[in-house]
Ligand binder design. Structure first.
Ligand code: GA4
Length: 330
């Protein structure tokens, strides 16, 4: 039918003015990975924002565009075909429903594992014409992005004066690492134009449970982050850069020194937004607790838990809930 969603790729100027304070990009910390000051800028950004933009990231542009092309192709399929790849339990296609506790958004998505040992027969058989092409684009992209995430995590460890440089990155490199990958497609929401309330939710506010998240989107706005004082700041889109989120697990490991950032995505009235996010998580059996070398006589703010326990508890919550509350010492 004629209602196939059209996804804009990489090549237009975004004139939309999303709601939320229209602050310019200098509010968002920017880290140039090729500069020697990147380490201190990363620490500052993680403490103040829990969020920053990365330029000169070293991820081959070709690996980004190949995966983007596959994602565009997938989301352009007729709905019944996409639905054959669902529901996302835990991997597969989802539409509007997020998680299983009643959250909804103006979004469709694919949740995927990046574990190469995962039996691909258990994966949705959507990429029927050329599953290999999709798998290889996904594999190339996720390994390049994981390497960049590890470089950043090592700069963090260094910047925090932790002896063991790979204390965080080794968790992502572990064969058992519980990392996931997500492709989100936010179709244009035409009804928005007729309302003054331009706050239609694409993806509701939340923090990411993992250690670190690496996001790349096309040139459509929508992403907002919550500052310490609770104000929402719109993140100007930049298809050539990556955005890093501190996750709940890293907040715990730094005993609250780094901030797990609340963020959300607002729907756009005219442009399609496509984002790809790598969520770097530890092995399920990993104990998540403040690193002793960061405590310096201070008390732990958190009860000890494994990533498995945290994840299990997370899946009983609503998107906007404070998932760490349950693990805080009082
Ligand atoms: C938020 C971060 C990742 O997208 C995700 C999400 C997960 C899901 O979509 O299934 C959750 C959400 C996320 C946190 C709370 C639970 C689980 C939906 C939800 C309501 C894949 C993740 O790991 O946690």
């Amino acid at each position: 039918d004629g209602s196939k969603p059209v996804i804009e790729q990489s090549s237009y100027v975004d004139h939309s003015r999303p709601s939320g304070s229209a602050l310019s990009s200098h509010e968002i910390p920017v880290v140039d990975l090729s500069k020697p000051d990147s380490k201190s800028l990363i620490i500052k950004a993680c403490e103040e924002c829990g969020f920053f933009k990365v330029v000169n990231h070293g991820v081959p542009l070709d690996s980004i565009s190949r995966l983007e092309e596959e994602a565009v192709k997938f989301f352009s399929l007729p709905l019944p075909e996409k639905e054959r790849a669902g529901p996302p339990d835990p991997f597969g296609y989802g539409n509007k429903k997020i998680g299983c506790n009643g959250d909804v958004g103006w979004v469709e998505y694919l949740l995927l594992t990046i574990d190469p040992n995962f039996d691909s027969d258990k994966l949705p058989s959507v990429f029927n014409e050329n599953p290999e092409k999709f798998r290889s684009a996904l594999g190339d992209y996720t390994s390049a992005v994981r390497d960049m995430a590890c470089e950043i995590l090592e700069l963090m460890a260094d910047g925090l004066r932790i002896q063991q440089r790979d204390i965080f990155s080794k968790l992502l490199m572990d064969e058992q690492s519980d990392s996931v990958f997500r492709l989100n497609h936010y179709p244009p929401c035409p009804e928005l134009q007729s309302y003054d309330d331009r706050n239609m939710i694409g993806f509701g506010e939340h923090t990411d449970p993992q250690i670190i998240s690496v996001l790349r989107s096309n040139n459509t706005s929508g992403l907002q982050i919550s500052m310490k004082d609770g104000t929402w700041v719109s993140v100007p889109p930049d298809q050539n850069s990556f955005f890093i989120n501190v996750g709940d697990s890293l907040q715990v490991m730094t005993n609250g020194r780094f901030r797990s950032v609340r963020h959300r995505v607002l729907a756009n009235s005219s442009k399609s937004r496509l984002s790809m996010i790598y969520f770097g998580g530890p092995p399920l059996s990993e104990k998540i607790a403040p690193l002793p070398c960061l405590m310096k006589g201070k008390e732990s703010l958190y009860k000890e838990f494994t990533w498995f326990e945290y994840k299990k508890s997370a899946y009983t919550t609503r998107l906007a809930d404070n998932r760490l509350e349950h693990f805080q010492r009082v």
